[in-house]
Design a protein around this ligand. Structure first.
Ligand code: V47
Length: 383
């Protein structure tokens, strides 16, 4: 069966062999919001290309051909973690021979190593260390700000913020204010996993629950922080759990407007307690990007994180709803501990090539999506 929607200003017409998608296509082309059942249809549809066509349409409506990337460096100050999540291959118990914790000097030195082009962002996340106090993390950030005053610091997931607050016996708000004074500029989207209590009790039972994750993000947004959001898929969750997760994020975004980017994260089972599960397939990854774009109508950006998807799938994702590839990264531990075979980092030139060959226009951004202009060894950010 085929359908055509003529109301569209675009020359191309929507075509599908899945009759269930027609009603959804009409809504998408009219700019109408999709509901829970629409989400289930998108996940279940045999016509992945049609789902991707719709997501691409929304993506082009929002961003045209522009595709963002940034020049960033990840820093993971410690892998020692009390949470012992079944989903994770990165965390180590205190006393484990493979555990590490960077001295502050070491973290500051790490920040300066690896990639020669000046980075615009440090992305800092780590384990829930039982002994490191909030002050360690505040000193880490303020030391980085002193040494690299132009670099945006995107640090600490909602899970880390809530944990550090509890240990310091401070409210979330007080903790975030201290982080801001130390130099934290925004927050990454990790730790959201899947909000479903049933799934969380199996994959990450010692983490804050979904409501607490959302409440911590709400407080961060109220204080003026921009943050990202993620969803971990491809383990034991079902389509209802995925739609529920996305719609909870969308509802919070309606309330606060504080989210910038959504990053769907494919589960990597190797070296985790869930290593009997299969890895996700390319079509599952591509569909997840597309459904995210279609349901999260109030999120400005959908990121195809190349480290997690592989550069090849991330490039295809730029035609299925994604408008951002993330960055140069330089050194990645969380996915590589879980079996990722992607390189540790990519150069600016390589990222531009992936984007250009996808028929898109590469734009280097800073963390807040302002365009970056480079000279030989420095950069300026548009105001
Ligand atoms: O919170 C952990 C996930 C996240 C595994 O905000 C795993 O710009 C798959 O959040 N298989 C960290 N995923 C990464 C993250 C992120 C990455 C890039 C950009 C941004 C951003 C955020 O990785 C964790 C967890 O959800 N994770 N272990 C695993 N075995």
């Amino acid at each position: 069966m085929q359908s055509e929607t003529t109301a569209s200003p675009h020359p191309a017409a929507f075509r599908t062999h899945d009759p269930q998608l027609e009603h959804i296509a009409a809504k998408v082309l009219d700019g109408e919001r999709l509901g829970f059942n629409d989400g289930l249809v998108l996940y279940g549809s045999p016509d992945v290309l049609a789902v991707g066509w719709l997501a691409n349409r929304v993506r082009e409506r929002m961003h045209g051909d522009v595709t963002y990337f940034n020049v960033n460096r990840h820093i993971n100050p410690t892998n020692v973690c009390v949470a012992a999540c079944r989903l994770c291959a990165f965390g180590r118990k205190k006393g484990d021979a493979a555990g590490y914790t960077m001295a502050l000097e070491e973290a500051w030195e790490t920040a300066a190593t690896g990639y020669t082009e000046s980075v615009t962002e440090f992305h800092i996340v780590g384990g829930l260390h039982p002994d490191l106090p909030l002050e360690y993390f505040l000193d880490l950030v303020s030391g980085l700000k002193q040494r690299f005053p132009k670099v945006h610091i995107k640090a600490f997931t909602m899970v880390e913020v809530a944990y550090l607050a509890r240990r310091a016996k401070l409210s979330i708000e007080e903790t975030l204010k201290k982080m801001r004074s130390a130099g934290v500029d925004s927050m990454p989207g990790g730790g959201a996993e899947i909000f479903s209590a049933r799934v969380r009790s199996i994959i990450c039972d010692h983490k804050i629950d979904g409501e607490e994750w959302l409440e911590t993000a709400r407080i961060a947004h109220r204080l003026g922080f921009k943050t990202n959001a993620t969803m971990l898929y491809g383990h034991i969750e079902n389509d209802e759990d995925r739609v529920d997760h996305l719609l909870k994020l969308r509802a919070l975004q309606d309330e606060t407007g504080g989210f910038q980017t959504f990053i769907p994260l494919a589960f990597h089972p190797e070296n985790t307690a869930l290593d009997h599960l299969p890895v996700t397939t390319g079509l599952t990854d591509i569909r997840q990007v597309a459904v995210s774009r279609l349901l999260l109508d109030n999120f400005p950006h959908i990121k195809a994180y190349w480290q997690m998807l592989t550069a090849k799938i991330a490039q295809i994702a730029l035609r299925f709803g994604a408008d951002d590839l993330d960055g140069t990264v330089v050194e990645e531990k969380i996915y590589h501990d879980a079996g990722a075979t992607t390189p540790q980092g990519m150069t600016r030139k390589e990222l531009c090539r992936l984007i250009t060959e996808a028929g898109r226009i590469p734009v280097e951004r800073d963390t807040l999506y302002k365009a970056v202009t480079r000279t030989e060894d420095s950069f300026t950010v548009a105001v």
